[in-house]
Ligand binder design. Structure first.
Ligand code: ADP
Length: 253
């Protein structure tokens, strides 16, 4: 009979101080961001973050409907996080569940801290986050891609919002947990910041950490967020450079 491992008997860090996927404590999984991947949306982005694959589409600002949802002094941000039925090993039951409602809410609130919503009264900005493949950290991958998609839609923002997570495995604080680490580790701490102001706009915790560990984890994520912010900007520049050279090509024809 195969026995399932428990938190205490699964080793997540080896003798060389490396994690099960070979990463160091402060190492992120590979991240790739692409901008403007959907023609029908006002803005869009696709992110691969380790084993996560997430697509984001943004519509708006457009007149909020139904009318009673309109805010006369600002835009409302409707974020909808959804995990595809095929995004996890066992088929996930389609449709919203409590987890998706919670994640949609925290992502929407984090984005709201960066968008100049007061410039668009009575409108809604709709952000659809579709998780195609999940491997822990989907909310922060989705949020990171969503802020890029908002820029792609031309929505004015203070700065990009960057998501990053850290956590605790085998008693050590590490960056960016993968699925096994999330399942068998002691804590997961997803967070998001606005790099320019260093404002923390999302902070959640699942598990237990001491106060010192929490501070260490926040610092680790903050540092990584600066690197991820550069990746977001590079992805945006790549799209606009590509469309500039397309226009150049058309002009010279
Ligand atoms: P996050 O993806 O933001 O880390 P959670 O901590 O809630 O959010 O989930 C961790 C991981 O657990 C997900 O990325 C996914 O791989 C897996 N997971 C979440 N919900 C389900 C589900 N209903 N069925 C199977 N796996 C799931």
């Amino acid at each position: 009979m195969i026995e399932l491992g428990t938190q205490s008997d699964i080793k997540l860090i080896n003798e060389d101080g490396l994690r099960i996927d070979g990463r160091k404590f402060n190492e992120l999984r590979p991240i790739r961001i692409e901008v403007g991947v959907l023609n029908r949306a006002d803005g869009s982005a696709y992110i691969e973050w380790g084993g996560n694959k997430v697509l984001v589409a943004v519509y708006g600002p457009r007149e909020a409907f139904p009318k009673h949802t309109q805010n006369p002094s600002r835009a409302i941000i409707n974020a909808r996080y959804n995990m595809a039925a095929f995004s996890v090993d066992e088929r996930k039951r389609p449709g919203p569940d409590r987890r998706a409602v919670e994640i949609s809410k925290v992502i929407g609130e984090a984005l709201e801290c960066a968008v100049f919503t007061e410039q668009f009264p009575r409108t809604s900005i709709d952000v659809y986050i579709e998780v195609l493949q999940a491997d822990a950290g989907t909310r922060i991958a989705g949020l990171t891609a969503a802020s890029v998609a908002l820029v792609d839609a031309g929505i004015p923002m203070k700065d990009l919002v960057v998501g990053c997570a850290s956590g605790k495995i085998d008693g050590k604080v590490v960056l960016d947990l993968n699925k096994e680490e999330d399942n068998f580790g002691q804590a997961d701490l997803p967070m998001a910041i606005i790099p320019r102001t260093q404002e923390i706009v999302l902070l959640q915790m699942d598990g237990n950490m001491t106060r010192d560990e929490l501070e260490e984890a926040v610092e680790l994520s903050k540092k990584a967020a600066m690197y991820i912010s550069d990746l977001q900007k590079e992805a945006l520049l790549a799209k606009y450079k590509a469309s500039e050279s397309e226009k150049e090509g058309e002009r010279s024809e």
